[in-house]
Design a binder for this molecule. Structure first.
Ligand code: SF4
Ligand code: SF4
Ligand code: FES
Length: 337
């Protein structure tokens, strides 16, 4: 076991734990942001540098600080290590620099991007980005590519996190896409624009932290914050059948895998569940999906509907006959939730 202190909070973790995993065990705001690491994918992490932290004390045996920020997703803890994330202004400045680099070629066309509202880069830029850009050169631009009939690649938005490549490698059989070229001409490519066509290919959409890989059956149908996510399952012979349905009114606009509190997919789902089962009758509905309260998707408060209705009912019973209950949040109408 090793004792590590992150932003003043000490935790004991098994040997071999990374700083990021230790921070996630502590939880809360001190957890560094991640764009390329994904706990369900082997060898992910180490590409984007958003998870960098400052190691102010290497270990009990060798207390020297590390000379520069390290990627927390790839650095294992040592006994007695002391780490700074939010408590180091230098580190936050360094992370702002990383974000600036990530955005150098990024179009930031959030108003027309399907990922808006659930985009890790949007959140990262909001929390760590700078208001303006210092970049004066033309941004690199690519044509959109249809990868099969269900997925579209918009390379302008890709941050080369490699998550989709690792997903195709580890979750599907027969990867037909990857990163070609190096440096600022590197790009995701299917080489000869092969269709990514196998039962689990749709998972690349869920792991993409930005709007580079999007679901063509959902494109431009709705902003995510107007939809209501519900957890549901069905008996599926190919995958666990545990999904998230995104409703607008009675209509299921899209089906995705479920995500944990770190935005990572909990179980891979097959393309049949994702693309072919879009009727409520295909599913057993479990109830509203839990959405992190920091997310714009939670704005409709539907999860607390039951408590809200009970509260209104209690207030209604307590009022003199004929008098109506006024809702605290003007926009909250329980009949519309
Ligand atoms: S990928 Fe994210 S940051 Fe980029 S345009 Fe889309 S929503 Fe905005
Ligand atoms: S397409 Fe998405 S998942 Fe794939 S490398 Fe680019 S940003 Fe990452
Ligand atoms: S999340 Fe650690 S380098 Fe990308």
């Amino acid at each position: 076991m090793a004792k590590v202190t992150i932003d003043g909070i000490t935790i004991e973790v098994p040997d071999g734990t990374t700083i990021l995993q230790a921070a996630r065990m502590i939880g809360g705001d001190i957890v560094p942001p991640t764009m390329c690491y994904h706990s369900k994918l082997k060898t992910s992490g180490g590409y984007c540098r958003t998870c960098i932290v400052k190691v102010s004390k290497g270990s009990e045996k060798d207390p020297r600080p590390m000379p520069k920020p390290v990627a927390s997703c790839r650095t294992t803890v040592m006994d007695g290590m002391e780490v700074q994330n939010l408590t180091s202004p230098d580190l936050l400045e360094a992370r702002a620099g990383v974000v600036e680099f990530l955005l150098i070629n990024h179009p930031l066309d959030c108003p027309v991007c399907d990922q808006a509202g659930e985009c890790d880069l949007q959140n990262l830029a909001y929390e760590n980005g700078k208001a303006g850009t210092r970049y004066e050169f033309p941004r690199r631009e690519f044509e959109r590519i249809d990868i099969g009939d269900k997925i579209q690649l918009h390379m302008n938005r890709c941050i080369l996190c490699y998550r989709c490549v690792k997903t195709a490698d580890q979750v599907t059989d027969g990867r037909v896409h990857g990163v070609i070229n190096r440096g600022d001409v590197a790009e995701i490519s299917t080489y000869i624009q092969n269709a990514v066509d196998n039962d689990f290919s749709g998972n690349v959409i869920d792991v993409c932290p930005v709007g580079a890989l999007t679901d063509k059956t959902f494109r431009f149908k709705s902003r995510v914050w107007y939809t209501k996510p519900m957890d549901a399952h069905r008996n599926c012979t190919k995958c666990s059948g545990k999904v998230r349905l995104w409703y607008k009114g009675e209509e299921v606009l899209r089906v995705t895998g479920r995500r944990d509190q770190f935005g990572e997919v909990t179980e891979w789902i097959c393309n049949e569940c994702r693309f072919d089962k879009k009727k409520s009758s295909d599913w057993t509905i479990e109830g509203p999906a839990h959405i992190d309260s920091g997310s714009v998707i939670s704005a409709n408060h539907y999860e607390s509907l039951k408590a809200l209705k009970t509260d209104i009912e209690r207030q209604r019973m307590a009022l003199p006959h004929g008098q109506k209950v006024t809702l605290g949040h003007g926009a909250l109408d329980p009949n519309n939730q």
